[in-house]
Ligand binder design. Sequence first.
Ligand code: TXA
Ligand code: MG
Length: 342
Amino acid sequence: MFQTKRWNLMNDTTYNQRVINDAAELLKSGSTVAFPTETVYGLGADARNEVAVARIFEAKGRPTDNPLIAHVATKDQLKKLVRVLSPVAEKLIDHFSPGPLTYVLPSNGMCATNVTAGLSTIGIRLPGHPVAQELLKQCDIPIAAPSANISGKPSPTTAEHVWADLQGKIAGLLDGGPTGVGVESTVIDCTQEIPIILRPGGVTREQLEEVIGSVMVDPALANAEDKPRAPGMKYKHYAPEVPLWLVEGSLQDVIDAQGEKIKRIGVMASTETASELQADTIISLGSKKSLNDIAANLYDALRTFKEGDIDLILCETFPELGIGQAIMNRLKKAASEYIMEK
Ligand code: TXA
Ligand code: MG
């Protein structure tokens, strides 16, 4: 059990630098610290220190066969962790980093074996969030960081989410406010001639294709029977406390049909759809016209419905274009049923 230290960052650069320095010292001494990135909050530890990294797995209750992403501030630091960097990987890095893209590259073994879960490759990301950037610069070491949630739950997009899951289990938490993108980074395997998207995320397939031409998508993302190439994608994820049904078609029809059998129904929907519905609790995810807003609000909405208040969550589907691919990937993983209403 820890007395988790919580620092609130403010509009005061000197204060923030001092606080981030304290957090960096904790990380360098082998402790775990949660921090904001532009996607979701991460739970960091020194990626070269096996004992420190083990603390992440323990705090999250994470399966040890699921590798972690190493976070660094610069391309030079990234190069120190890999065996080779292909021209296509360099092109991606120069274009998208810092940003919400994670590169799977051949590892040179610099990081502890529990970071890579024994794989010959390593996932590396240069986060763009100013707090993450400053923290990584002050540490000057690679920081292993999965999302800072209890394994299986929705990823945290606010410090409150991290606090609810990990208070008492980690050494520190840097509160930098809500994260922004709201879904995790895109994971792209750059060890093949044509890179493969292993997890859709903050950088869209369309954006990647604009820069490097063709990209492939792990077939397991479309077909549940295939074994995913990103070990983490096989686990049940993002699960809210209450069962979630994804509904393609009329939500009101499903509400009306279930109304008799199920006591309290909660709905997650776009503002446009929400305005036409009648249900016990309705959370608006933002306008249909901005899938970026829907992504930013998604995990907070999933965490809002609590067992005891609501018996079933219904959520509408979104077009699988742009960031919509990441939204639908997460919703399908969170859902226990997919209903098609015509
Ligand atoms: O946006 C993000 O990526 C956040 C922030 C904190 O950076 N991090 C994050 O980490 O989402 P995590 O651990 O929740 O998800 C990492 C994903 C998992 O699905 C994992 O299996 C995959 O990346 N991964 C990591 N290293 C890999 C590797 N060497 N090969 C294949 N997949 C890998
Ligand atoms: Mg995660």
